[in-house]
Design a protein around this ligand. Structure first.
Ligand code: ATR
Length: 295
């Protein structure tokens, strides 16, 4: 990338902290946007061990680092390290974006709005009155559920392998909102009973990430009026998305969420509107390259 030749003493550094970090597609997306808008910024992936995160964050200002993204497993630790929290970061108790302003660290959660934008813009969905089934009850499920609660959805059903975790998440949802919410075990025969009333299925589990993974739900359980959203984007088409297509359902993968959370972070750091199309094209190219590297 020609930009590398243009790095100089005034270049503002942004990046992503994760552990591990090797598979991140964010550098391609952010650097393409900086280049397109001719901004003297660069975005670099850093592998930061969780035990070091706190001291690294405290010292960002000394390195000219103006902002960072946090990915697995840093979002919760970052939440307790920043000086100022956005509304979304408070709500989710997770920070995926930090902006360094003087001596202070500002923490944001752009996953929250990024997820909603991907559903509403890319999926062309009006969430009002919708019944939604979330597969999983971990950190990603929490983020997704809390953002859905700020729309006028009808019901939110949490299905998880470990039933107790689904129950715990539903308790939190019920404390926060009036939305009809209940827990079920993540079993096909149980999901079959309720799927007729569901509009949107969202997979937040890690099932589908690995080559040997089988779909949590067969096409026989799904139906053509569904939108099936898998938060995973690599592989681009998970076994669940394949089953959903066989059932004739609409599908979305996690690339849109990655895109919109990235665009929102980019805007926080630069104060300018993000070139979303440029960022999407860069992500798609990065996905293609990572497919070729796996061959
Ligand atoms: P994250 O923060 O990415 O959500 P997590 O908190 O570890 O990660 O949650 C992972 C989710 O994937 C959980 O809902 C987990 O189910 P359990 O609570 O029963 O562990 C789910 N998950 C992981 N592997 C799974 C599998 N093989 N089958 C079904 N669910 C699985």
């Amino acid at each position: 990338m020609s930009m590398i030749n243009e790095i100089n003493g005034s270049t503002k550094i942004t990046g992503v902290f994760g552990y591990p970090i090797t598979h991140s597609l964010s550098p391609q997306m952010h650097n393409a946007a900086f280049q397109y808008k001719k901004l003297n910024y660069v975005y670099v992936p850093f592998e930061v061990h969780p035990k070091d995160l706190k001291s690294v964050l405290r010292n960002l200002k000394y390195l000219g680092i103006v902002g960072v993204n946090l990915t697995i497993p840093h979002k919760e630790i970052a939440y307790s390290c920043v000086d100022v929290l956005s509304k979304e970061a408070k709500l989710t108790k997770a920070v995926n974006t930090i902006s360094v302003r003087g001596n202070k660290l500002y923490g944001f959660n752009t996953d929250y709005e990024g997820f909603l934008r991907s559903l509403e813009i890319d999926g062309n969905v009006n969430l009002e009155g919708k019944s939604i089934l979330v597969l999983g009850a971990g950190g990603a499920a929490k983020g997704v559920s809390f953002s859905l609660l700020c729309r006028r959805i009808k019901s939110l059903i949490i299905a998880n392998r470990t039933y107790k975790r689904a129950e715990d998440l539903v308790k939190r949802i019920n404390k926060m909102s009036e939305v009809n919410s209940f827990a079920i075990p993540l079993k096909e025969d149980i999901i079959k009973e309720i799927i007729g009333d569901i509009d949107i299925v969202i997979n937040t589990t890690s099932v589908g990430l690995h080559k040997e993974d089988k779909s949590l739900l067969s096409h026989k359980v799904l139906h053509s009026k569904l939108l099936v959203y898998d938060l995973i984007y690599n592989p681009y088409e998970t076994p669940l998305i394949k089953e959903a297509k066989i059932a004739g359902a609409k599908t979305l993968n996690g690339l849109g969420m990655l895109l919109y959370q990235g665009a929102l972070s980019w805007e926080i750091w630069t104060g300018k509107s993000a070139p979303v199309k440029i960022m999407r094209d860069a992500l798609l190219r990065a996905v293609e390259r990572s497919k070729e590297n796996k061959k």
